[in-house]
Write a protein that binds this ligand. Structure first.
Ligand SMILES: Cc1cc2nc3c(=O)[nH]c(=O)nc-3n(C[C@H](O)[C@H](O)[C@H](O)COP(=O)(O)OP(=O)(O)OC[C@H]3O[C@@H](n4cnc5c(N)ncnc54)[C@H](O)[C@@H]3O)c2cc1C
Length: 449
């Protein structure tokens, strides 16, 4: 098939087997407004107070906190700054409270700990809002609310009970929308009603990341692209960080590599499994149609274990649709995104003739216990990672907290500090078992429909 990037319809993509790579732009849609160019890269100095590995939200948020406290900081990035998940995500911001049902969390951690973790999740959302407004970062942050569609009547009932628990344990507001009224929330009959968390939010990840880069640099921070870190060795004064651009001496280091964590610190690598997530962006859609499909302009998801998520782009009339990565297909081909188009057309059949312009993916960092972790290794290296796919607010917040901990500030304390950070049993196998586990979850999702 010979299809140009300005003419690939959603229905062609959903059917597509051997689409040519030029049928769509295989780069994050967000990079159009915030290009990843080499200008956001500085020269490597010989020394600094703190070296941070990874230039996403965690690394930049930590850098900003440290710079404001008078520390010199160098952020080291393997690729162009912002190459990782922070400029590739869906821009949906929650408190991370949707990972576990509240009852499950209480079973696992006890009521007091569950309450502390859930309340801290809400503070993460408040923190990112505060940071964006106090730093004047223009990135379309909006408390738009989240609608989660039930994929089965039993999911609706379970969600209703969970929302009540969330209110009683952590004070989180929400309301349920029955199927008979769901057109007030979504122009689709694909769901059996849903829940709304009105305080959840959205932003443009590319612009938010660019805003953080600008703030870090104007506070005197140095951000070095194409400076892969190979090793971190202890010295009497601190550490020597060996990078692709030379050595950097520093007193302290922070690892902020989340789903892109490699073997620089093996004890962290064993604790993170990278999982792919992918998105597509449509071309502009007529306003009347968009207003019918997404009347409240919220962020959206569903109740499946392997779920999809979607929203309107902040300044354009496009839909951004995300989900798992394609399996058994060439990841550099538009065909790798066809399952996303299929899911989108299942929910919104009206979009069949709408063009799909962008497709991209990225890595999220999963932990064995499905909670994020921050702390210090035996060697004295600080880290904050493992956001399990809900990292926009968590990474920003953890970056700030790990920086405060490094400074010895008691405000760096979190409810996550005393959690053991388990490694994956048989990590190399766990890494490769992800598609198997995901397929099993999809089968279970399908059986429940
Ligand atoms: C497709 C997708 C959709 C998502 N959607 C959402 C969403 O809607 N809402 C939400 O809350 N979360 C979402 N997430 C998760 C969220 O984006 C991440 O949790 C968050 O951005 C993690 O930020 P980070 O700074 O910790 O890591 P990243 O932004 O991933 O940055 C890590 C960086 O470390 C660099 N690095 C790795 N190793 C080295 C090394 N040795 N030397 C130098 N640099 C190195 C990498 O190149 C990378 O740039 C999504 C993630 C993906 C991939």
């Amino acid at each position: 098939m010979n299809v140009r990037c300005d003419e690939l319809r959603a229905t062609d993509l959903a059917r597509g087997h051997s689409l040519p790579s030029e049928a769509m732009t295989l780069q994050p849609y967000w990079w159009m407004a915030a290009p990843r160019d080499t200008e956001i890269s500085d020269a490597l100095p010989a020394q600094t107070d703190v070296a941070i590995v990874g230039s996403g939200f965690t690394g930049l948020s930590a850098a900003l906190t440290l710079l404001k406290r008078g520390r010199s900081v160098v952020v080291l990035e393997r690729d162009v700054p912002g190459f990782g998940a922070s400029t590739r995500n869906g821009g949906q911001i929650g408190s991370g409270n949707q990972k576990f049902r509240v009852k499950k969390l209480i079973e696992l951690r006890g009521r007091r700990k569950a309450e502390e973790l859930l309340r801290e999740g809400t503070r993460m959302l408040d923190y990112i809002e505060h940071l964006i407004s106090s730093e004047n970062i223009e990135c379309y942050f909006q408390r738009c609310g989240r609608f989660r569609g039930a994929m089965h009547p039993s999911h609706f009932e379970a969600m209703a009970r969970d929302m009540e628990d969330l209110k009683s344990v952590a004070g989180v507001e929400s309301f349920m929308v029955p199927k008979s009224e769901q057109h007030s929330e979504i122009g689709s009959d694909a769901f059996f009603g849903g829940s709304v968390l009105p305080n959840d939010a959205s932003l443009h990840p590319g612009l938010y990341h660019q805003g953080l880069i600008d703030k870090v640099r104007s506070a005197g921070g140095v951000i070095v692209g194409h400076a892969e870190v190979f090793s971190i060795d202890e010295t009497p004064e601190g550490f020597t960080v060996k990078t692709a651009k030379g050595d950097l001496r520093c007193r302290e280091t922070i690892i902020a590599t989340n789903g892109y964590t490699g073997g620089v610190v093996p004890e962290l690598q064993r604790r993170i499994v990278p999982i792919g997530s992918a998105l597509i962006a449509t071309d502009e859609i007529p306003e009347t149609l968009l207003a019918k499909l997404l009347p409240k302009n919220r962020v959206y998801g569903n109740t499946n274990r392997v779920f999809y998520y979607y929203r309107r782009a902040p300044s354009e009339r496009r839909i951004i649709w995300g989900g798992r990565v394609g399996r058994l297909v060439d990841r550099a081909s538009p065909s790798a995104f066809r399952h996303l188009a299929r899911d989108m057309l299942h929910v919104f059949p009206e979009l069949s003739d709408v063009k799909v312009t962008h497709g991209w993916d990225g890595l999220i960092g999963y932990t064995f216990d499905e909670v994020p972790h921050l702390g210090r290794t035996r060697q004295g290296i600080h880290y904050a990672l493992g956001y399990c796919g809900t990292g926009v607010s968590r990474a920003t917040y953890f970056g700030n907290k790990i920086a405060l901990r490094l400074l010895g500030d008691p405000d760096g304390r979190t409810a996550f500090d005393d959690l053991t950070f388990p490694s994956f049993p048989l990590h190399p196998i766990a890494k490769h078992a992800v598609p198997v586990v995901e397929t099993w979850y999809r089968v279970r999702d399908a059986m429940q429909k």
